[in-house]
Design a protein around this ligand. Structure first.
Ligand SMILES: Nc1nc2c(c(=O)[nH]1)N[C@H]1C(S)=C(S)[C@@H](COP(=O)(O)OP(=O)(O)OC[C@H]3O[C@@H](n4cnc5c(=O)[nH]c(N)nc54)[C@H](O)[C@@H]3O)O[C@H]1N2
Ligand SMILES: Nc1nc2c(c(=O)[nH]1)N[C@H]1C(S)=C(S)[C@@H](COP(=O)(O)OP(=O)(O)OC[C@H]3O[C@@H](n4cnc5c(=O)[nH]c(N)nc54)[C@H](O)[C@@H]3O)O[C@H]1N2
Ligand code: SF4
Ligand SMILES: [Mo]
Length: 740
């Protein structure tokens, strides 16, 4: 038995973990109480993650599709066939015909996004897709317009603030996003302890709102009008810091002019927030010594996420709270990543998608047009897809159509740890190492962008070795690049170096000294960050602290717009604002309709926790439609009844659970379920939950213009008692005529 220290990479909390290993197996996991940043915080997903990996379903060898099932093949055979087919596709149709979907699990390690992107760059393809357009592309798009770079993300200085408003986020369950904030609820309690206020604006009285602070109901999808009225009122009561705005910003009068048309009385019927309550919030925000507005996915996914986030940022900046302790801060990473990115042109592409002309955001296209990009003939049509660390057939809008599109590809390769529902339509499935089976350092947000309440750094070695032929992402993509005869990162030198390294590594120990291992690469990155080498950082298993954040450290210094001023009224957003009247009209018209929102649970993580038997036992074998008792009574529904939920895109059938915490007129349905089509998830495929994204429409007409965000919350639905039988083996819950 041996104890090893590492950190969890399932969510942005990156909790320090203490792991007991016996005979190359993880036998137990505890939170690392000595970790200087996470001080013993963790959750059941992190401390039970060995149960995910220990499954007999775990991918241990490459698989090749044969008919409707998969057979084991050697890496060499898989790589040479993939290489041959990929080369032909590139030769016949050009590099953009090869696309990649870089999923959430990929984004939390350093090697995976780096090498996967390096491979696509080597091919010369721009066709990168990511879950950003399901959760946060609006934030990247707006940050680029206002601050000059997508990864300049101001965060609330929670530990010093006197007023914190969180819209569309539920940190008690999901932890925090766009900021490493372990023990969030404890920190919020401290705000109240020092006489401050914490307010949640959410269509559901969430676990967070129940634990701490105050709660205000908002009608789903209406946040943009809440922020407009907030800004209008802030201006009316003289809450604008004109001196600071004059010095560091531009566009103030334009955006105030826009907001003035939206006094609280006007927006009240759409947001459901009374003018009195809103005025109270603004007065309190304005009076507080320091204050911060923060929003998360509930706002991002609501159909006008870019405008909503923009206005939130305008309020924080124009009130004088941006770049002040207790307001919002722009942290410093271990290197000045935004400045470097700007210099080298990273993440700043200006192209648009072939279908729908959506701007690429952070060098990714909108996932909501991926099916169209595959199904629409013409130059640049996507014909091959690499799906890596993600499960788009579960997590993206309109999975039925996406499945048809994926099935029509000339080549599809999945790199995952399981044969999930997406991998189940791939030609090849390549087995990846888990987080425990590879060395790592913190990913880009905390390490390079400083999105940490307490800045720190940590490295981890592998905790165990893979028990089969699984390869780490650096090796997978170096090997794929060689098979496709392209240079990793599109660089001849890098390409040759990694080819030589892989060759030497395969030759064994004597030549190890000459190879570029992941550990050596990390040392290179860490030294560039002034954090010493990988081995020296490993000597601090409870991690090391970096310099604390400062105020007055961003405005006038690190703003990367052309003139160094924060742009409060970027032209594309002002243009987008012309849609406001029609959005308002349509929300007024649909105000009597039921709105669908999402709901996360402690034991689920998007689509990848349902193969652990103890996470899906008993009543947890399915997701539920949560309905407010008054809405249920109006439809004759009782706890446990089956309901049909119908949107413009489709219908799902699932059991009802009554929930008083929901705003009347709102129903909630957790995502990440509907694994019935997965060929290699023996536990999850037998769960009975349905795929909520069957209710979400995709395609260019259904995406937000500035960011390409899909609309995954605030969807208009009808709910009625199910007229027929429920079929637990179908991902919609509705009996099918033919097997899926
Ligand atoms: N346990 C668990 N933790 C997770 C995840 C998970 O699946 N499970 N996923 C991880 C990932 S990938 C992410 S991106 C983060 C996300 O973290 P969060 O953004 O905090 O996500 P949610 O917990 O879904 O919180 C969204 C909140 O928005 C509310 N909401 C819905 N629609 C609206 C609306 O129109 N307006 C407003 N104001 N609120 C609305 C919902 O009721 C919900 O409380 O969580 C991460 N952590
Ligand atoms: N309706 C609705 N839809 C949503 C959301 C919502 O709130 N409502 N939330 C959205 C959000 S926030 C997100 S981020 C997206 C997520 O969208 P995706 O990224 O497409 O989905 P995940 O379920 O996170 O997929 C993670 C995959 O990674 C695999 N995996 C786990 N560990 C490893 C590893 O170490 N290596 C490799 N190679 N693979 C690994 C898992 O087996 C799983 O298949 O979904 C979005 N979809
Ligand atoms: S909160 Fe849970 S899932 Fe997130 S990093 Fe910590 S232990 Fe992992
Ligand atoms: Mo996410």
């Amino acid at each position: 038995m041996e104890t090893r220290y590492t950190f969890c990479r399932i969510c942005e909390s990156l909790c320090g973990l203490e792991v007991t290993v016996d005979n190359n197996r993880v036998v137990s996991i505890r939170p690392d109480r000595d970790n200087v940043a996470t001080t013993g915080s963790s959750c059941v997903k992190g401390t039970r993650q060995h149960m995910i990996y220990d499954s007999p379903d775990r991918l241990r060898h490459p698989l090749k599709r044969r008919g409707d099932s998969y057979v084991q093949v050697s890496w060499d055979d898989a790589l040479s066939d993939i290489g041959r087919r990929c080369r032909k596709i590139i030769a016949d149709h050009g590099p953009d015909s090869v696309a990649m979907y870089l999923g959430t699990a990929a984004g939390f390690s350093m090697l995976h996004p780096l090498f996967a992107q390096g491979f696509l760059t080597g091919i010369g393809s721009r066709s990168m897709y990511a879950p950003h357009t399901q959760d946060c592309a609006n934030k990247f798009a707006v940050a680029r317009l206002m601050y000059g770079f997508p990864y300049i993300q101001a965060f609330p200085d929670v530990d010093r603030t006197d007023f914190l408003l969180i819209a569309g986020g539920n940190p008690a369950i999901s932890r925090f996003s766009f900021l490493h904030l372990p023990n969030a609820i404890k920190r919020f309690k401290a705000v109240i302890g020092r006489g401050g206020r914490v307010v949640f604006v959410d269509p559901r009285r969430t676990e967070s709102a129940r634990a701490v602070g105050e709660h205000v109901f908002i009608r789903p999808g209406s946040d943009v009008f809440f922020y407009l009225s907030f800004l209008c009122e802030l201006d009316a009561i003289g809450g604008i810091d004109r001196v600071r705005a004059e010095k560091f910003m531009k566009g103030l009068d334009e955006v105030l002019g826009l907001a003035r048309a939206w006094p609280p009385e006007r927006t009240e019927p759409v947001t459901g927030i009374s003018a009195g309550v809103l005025r109270g919030l603004v007065a309190s925000y304005s009076k507080a010594k320091s204050a911060a507005l923060y929003c998360s996915t509930g706002v991002n996914m609501g159909g006008a996420g870019s405008m909503a986030f923009w206005l939130q940022e305008v309020i924080n900046a124009a009130s004088g709270n941006l770049d002040r302790f207790g307001g919002t801060l722009v942290g410093r990473g271990a290197v000045d990543f935004p400045a470097l990115g700007k210099k080298l042109g990273f993440l700043l592409r200006t192209d648009t998608s072939r279908i729908g002309s959506f701007p690429s955001v952070s060098d990714c296209f909108a996932g909501g047009v991926l099916a169209d990009e595959i199904l629409t003939p013409g130059k640049g049509q996507v014909r091959a897809l690499f799906c890596t660390g993600g499960n788009p057939l579960n997590t993206m809008a309109n999975p039925e159509r996406l499945k048809k599109a994926f099935s029509s590809l000339d080549l599809m390769v999945s790199v995952d740890i399981f044969l999930n529902e997406t991998a189940s339509v791939a030609d090849y499935v390549l087995p990846a190492t888990t987080f425990f089976e590879m060395p790592d350092i913190h990913f880009i947000f905390p390490l390079l962008c400083g999105l940490q309440m307490v800045p720190y750094a940590q490295a981890t070695d592998r905790v165990v070795d893979p028990d089969g032929e699984q390869r780490n992402p650096a090796h997978v993509y170096a090997d794929l690049a060689r098979a496709c005869r392209v240079d990793l990162f599109g660089s001849r030198v890098a390409g040759a170096l990694f080819r030589l390294s892989r060759f030497l590594e395969k030759k064994g120990r004597p030549l190890r000294a000459l190879t570029l291992t992941p550990e050596r690469l990390f040392s290179f990155i860490l030294r560039a960050c002034g954090l010493g080498g990988f081995r020296s950082l490993l000597k601090h298993p409870h991690r090391v602290l970096r310099a604390p954040h400062a105020e007055n450290d961003f405005l006038g210094k690190r703003v990367l717009t052309g003139d160094g001023l924060v742009d409060l009224a970027p032209v594309p957003l002002m243009r987008d604002a012309e849609r406001l009247e029609s959005i308002f009209e349509s929300q007024m018209k649909s105000s009597g309709r039921l709105k669908l929102i999402t709901r996360r649970a402690v034991r689920t993580h998007n689509s990848w926790m349902h193969n652990v038997p103890e996470f899906v036992s008993g009543h947890r074998k399915t997701n539920y439609l949560y309905v407010n008792p008054s809405d249920a009574a109006a439809r004759g529904l009782a706890e446990g009844d089956f309901a049909d939920v119908t949107s413009a895109a489709g219908t799902v059938r699932l059991p009802v659970s009554l929930l008083e915490d929901l705003m009347p007129g709102v129903v909630a349905l957790p995502h990440g379920w509907g694994h019935q089509p997965a060929l290699g998830l023996s536990v999850a495929a037998r769960t009975e939950g349905v795929n909520v994204n069957l209710l979400a429409p995709d395609g260019p007409g259904n995406l937000e213009g500035e960011s390409g965000m899909a609309r995954l919350t605030g969807i208009d639905v009808e709910v009625e008692k199910s007229p027929g039988l429920h079929d637990p083996s179908s991902w919609s819950g509705i009996p099918r005529e033919r097997p899926m």
